[in-house]
Write a new protein. Structure first.
Length: 269
């Protein structure tokens, strides 16, 4: 089990399968350990959590919830707009629950290749689901971010509540966790857009998913030749076996080699 930087309770952070391609910075199991939850600005309606089990609340949807999360794509040149096929998407489709995860992502306006990329990096889409330290499921989500991502997704599309498995079991239910991960990726996209990154790509949001809301945009905006250790705390790197002399470009290349041709696709459809 890897230690997390200063107490973030991450989302997709757990053991991963061995990477098929390793460039300069190997994506070892459990590499992504810095995600934390963050609430979207401007969404006036949130789901109402209850607490029958420690750590993971039951999710209930109030009547009359409106869709307040934008589902349009950005207007910048960062990525190709719209959903598209990808190597990562093929991996997700191969899972028994993959088709429903893709349909739900599309209902939220999320490019399913973005969801698939997170799944591939975190666990190989289920090949290595848990590390026994709190991160669970194919998206390796921790309770706080799981709840926050789920709230975001259900605020955007309350009809998805019918597919949610309540309580702690939801974190190990792939369909439920895929909905929560979709919500977290929507948060990441909005965070990066608000930081001046137009039309964020799958590679852009990986910096948010990897290093959390505080450092996601700085990494995505950094000079490729800059040392990653100059952008994020060194503990983020040492705790995740990333060499301190790793550049932003090297880290991005390792991610791109893992997720394949989804790396430069837009996050939103």
């Amino acid at each position: 089990m890897k230690l997390r930087p200063f107490g973030f309770r991450p989302v997709g952070c757990g053991p991963l399968i061995v990477r098929a391609v390793i460039l300069l910075v190997p994506l070892a199991p459990g590499w992504a350990f810095a995600q934390v939850s963050e609430t979207l600005n401007g969404a006036p309606v949130q789901v109402t959590p209850y607490l029958p089990e420690p750590g993971v609340p039951t999710i209930a949807i109030p009547q009359g919830t409106l869709n307040t999360v934008p589902t349009g794509a950005g207007s910048g040149a960062g990525g190709s707009s719209g959903a598209s096929g990808s190597d990562a998407l093929d991996t997700l489709l191969a899972q028994s629950w993959g088709s429903s995860a893709i349909a739900n992502a599309e209902a939220l306006g999320l490019n399913p290749s973005a969801l698939a990329a997170a799944c591939v990096i975190e666990s190989g889409c289920g090949a290595n689901d848990g590390n026994g330290s709190g991160a669970q499921g194919p998206f390796q989500m921790y309770p706080a971010a799981f709840q926050d991502g789920l709230q975001t997704a259900l605020a955007a599309d309350p009809s998805l509540a019918s597919q949610i498995v309540q309580g702690s079991a939801g974190m190990n239910d792939p369909t439920t966790e895929a909905i929560a991960a979709s919500g977290y990726l929507m948060q990441a996209n909005q965070n990066l857009e608000s930081s001046g990154i137009s039309n964020p790509t799958v590679l852009d949001v990986r910096s948010y998913y990897e290093f959390g809301p505080q450092y996601g945009a700085p990494v995505a905006n950094a000079d490729p030749s800059a040392l990653l250790a100059d952008v994020v705390p060194q503990s983020y790197l040492t705790n995740n076996n990333i060499p301190l002399n790793t550049t932003v470009a090297q880290w991005q290349s390792s991610v791109a080699n893992t997720v394949g041709n989804s790396a430069n696709q837009s996050v939103l459809m």
